[in-house]
Write a protein that binds this ligand. Sequence first.
Ligand SMILES: NC(=O)c1ccc[n+]([C@@H]2O[C@H](COP(=O)([O-])OP(=O)(O)OC[C@H]3O[C@@H](n4cnc5c(N)ncnc54)[C@H](OP(=O)(O)O)[C@@H]3O)[C@@H](O)[C@H]2O)c1
Length: 374
Amino acid sequence: MLATAAIKQSGRRSMVQVRAMHDLTFRNKTGQPMIKQGLGGRSTTNGHIATVFGCTGFLGRYVVAKLAKQGTQVVVANRDPDEARPLKVTGDLGQIIPLEFDLRNEEQIRECVRHSDIVINCIGRDYETKNFTYDDVHVKGSRALAEIAADAGVSRFIQVSALNASEDSPSKFLQTKAKGEKAVKEVFPEATIVRPAIMWGHEDRFLNRIANTSGDSFQFWVNNSQTKILPVSVVDVAHAIEVMFGAESTAGKTYELYGDRAYTFEQVFDLAREISMKPLPTYNIPTGVAKLIASGIEKLPYNHTISADLIERMRLDEQPSGDAHTFKDLYIEPTSLEADAIHYLRRFRSNAVFDLPYEKGEGIVKKGVYHVID
Ligand SMILES: NC(=O)c1ccc[n+]([C@@H]2O[C@H](COP(=O)([O-])OP(=O)(O)OC[C@H]3O[C@@H](n4cnc5c(N)ncnc54)[C@H](OP(=O)(O)O)[C@@H]3O)[C@@H](O)[C@H]2O)c1
C-alpha cells in the first residue's frame, strides 16, 4: 500500500499523505502508539522520541545529529543550556528539545525520559572531579538513568562504555565502566552495551592531543609509545548507534567497536608527522614519574587534560574481548585512520604547506627535511 500519493491539481503538484498500517508502531513495554508522518528524513517525524544523556560531549553531538536527521525527536539532556544550544540546528524546528538535568536528581531525569521510547547514555568522564568520582558518573549515574528509564516504560537503553572495560583493570576508569555495564544490566537487562575504542574526529582528545605541538616543544609520552590501540572514527560509532536504534535485534547485546587495524602510539605519531608536516618530537618518561606529576596536576582547579588514571590507560593495549559483537554484525565497514586522518590533521600544517596533497607512504618527513609531493 502506498504511504503517499502525488496528485496533480490544477497544474500544481501537491503531496497528499495517506497513512498505512506500517506508519503505526507500538512501544514495547507500554504499548503506547507512535505514528510516523511524512516521507522520512530531517523534516518529517518517524514517531520515535529519544533522550540522549551526554549529548554535549564528543560522541553525543554526532549521535544527536544522526538521530535528528532521520526524523527522530531528540531530548538533549544537558547541564548547561549554552552547551546544548548548538545542537538545535542538527534537527528541524521543534525536533531538538533541550532539558536541564542533574545526575543526582531523580525527578529531572524522569522528566527527561518521560516521553521517550529510547534512551542513550553517552555520559563519561576521563578524570574525577571534586563533585563527581568515576563511581558517581559511571556506576551510580548509569544505574539511575537505566532504573528510571525502565520504570518510565522506555523500551530501549543504549549504554556507552569503553573497550577494555573490566573489573580487574588497573585503571579505575575502566573498572567503573565495567561496573556501570553490570549495574545497567541489573535494572535494564535488555540494554545494549557499546564499547568503543579510542575515537578520532574533529573534537577528539586523541589526534588533537598528538598533533597539537609547536615545532620546538615536546610531547611527553609513556611506555615508549609502544601501547597498541585500535582507533575508531566517532562518525562510525555514532552510525553504529543509529543502526542499533532501528534494530530491535541489537537489544541485550554487547558491541565492541574498534578500527580496522591496530597501531602503536608511535605509529600514530609517525602518521601525524607525515600528514601535519611537523616534526612532533616525543619524549618518553617513566610511568611512575608521569603518574606522580599527573596526580599533582589533577589537583589543580580547571585541569581537564591529564590524570594519573589516564597515564595508566596510556600503558594498556586495547584488546577486544572476543565474545562481543562488532561492526561486522551491524554491516558497517570501519573507516581507515590513514585514509581519514588528513581531514583532521591538515589544520596543524603551516601556511606554506597547507594545500599540499597527502599520499601515504611517500615519506613526507625525512630526517627533519620536508619532501614535498607534487
Ligand atoms: N572519546 C573517546 O575516545 C572514548 C573512548 C572510549 C569510550 N568513551 C566513552 O564514550 C562516551 C562518550 O565519550 P565522549 O568522548 O563523548 O565524552 P566527553 O566528550 O567527555 O563527554 C562526556 C559527556 O558526559 C557529560 N557528563 C560528564 N560528567 C557528567 C555528570 N556528572 N553529570 C552529567 N553529565 C556529565 C558531559 O556533560 P558536560 O558537557 O555538561 O560536561 C558530556 O556531555 C563516554 O562514556 C566515554 O567514557 C570515549
